[in-house]
Design a protein around this ligand. Structure first.
Ligand SMILES: [Zn+2]
Length: 273
């Protein structure tokens, strides 16, 4: 079934001419920048997974907005910082400094066009820290309001129970269900294996240390997973994927509305810059 129209909408900034973009009300316009990664996701998922999820969840959120909403989707940054997976076939990573430089150039260019609000929609668990850092640097340098979100961090819809909570961070139950719903032709469930559960024993006696919690460990895939998977993709299913996708898109659409309405107070601080 060809369902590529599911992800079609009228809010691609790239489809507009410079004169049409000139007419956009820049005080409220929200530019939405999907950013992903190009990295191994185990034997059952495509390397484009994180870029695909960021792009398609954004498109589905855009379709939920009303005609008066002033929000625009930018072309996806498909490459991210994926050095934790380097050496696994197909992984292409930008260094942190390169990705920061790319995002800064993006922010500068959009600010020079008069835009004031930018939202990064991130599909890759290896770079939220980097994006928060760059968001503040764009804020300081250009005065734009910059926001970040990782749709997979929105709460799961009711009725879905995750079996790999403590280690299911990469190619596991939830991510596999989501890709299954968004691009079933790219998923090979016959190759899905559970892996990375060594994490559970590794931190069993730690009160504070964990993989990605309050005191995270700087891990690379080769430390913890033979297959490249962290989680249990064999517990994935299409129906769960569909409801997670709908719920993430609904939450993201709501967030875009919040960003559009957001304004800092006018404090009139003097003596500083
Ligand atoms: Zn991923």
């Amino acid at each position: 079934m060809d369902d590529s129209n599911r992800f079609h909408h009228e809010r691609y900034l790239g489809a507009l001419s410079t004169t049409a973009i000139q007419r956009i009300d820049k005080r409220t316009a929200v530019l939405v920048q999907p950013i992903g990664a190009f990295e191994q996701h185990g034997p059952h998922l495509p390397v484009i997974t994180d870029a695909l999820t960021a792009e398609r969840i954004t498109a589905l959120a855009m379709r939920r907005l009303s005609i008066t909403d002033n929000a625009w989707q930018l072309p996806t940054l498909a490459y991210g910082k994926s050095n934790e997976h380097l050496g696994r076939a197909g992984t292409v990573s930008m260094s942190a400094s390169t990705l920061i430089a790319v995002c800064m150039d993006l922010g500068r260019s959009l600010a020079a066009s008069g835009f004031t609000k930018l939202l990064f929609v991130n599909g890759h668990g290896g770079q939220p820290g980097l994006l928060e850092l760059v968001a503040r640097d764009i804020r300081v340098e250009t005065g734009m309001q910059v926001f970040c979100v990782m749709p997979s961090q929105f709460p799961l819809p009711e009725g879905i129970s995750q079996v790999d909570t403590s280690y299911g961070i990469h190619g596991g139950q939830i991510e596999t269900s989501v890709v299954w719903a968004l691009a079933p032709e790219m998923v090979d469930m016959s190759a899905a294996v559970r892996d990375g559960d060594v994490v559970e024993q590794l931190y069993a006696d730690s009160a504070h240390l964990s993989l990605e919690g309050v005191a995270p460990t700087a891990w690379v895939t080769d430390d913890l997973s033979l297959s490249g998977v962290f989680g249990d993709p064999t517990a994935a299913n299409l129906q769960d994927g569909q409801s997670i996708v709908e719920s993430q898109a609904a939450n993201l659409a709501e967030l875009i509305g919040e960003v559009q309405r957001f304004a800092f107070p006018t404090l009139g601080v003097t003596g500083g810059r």
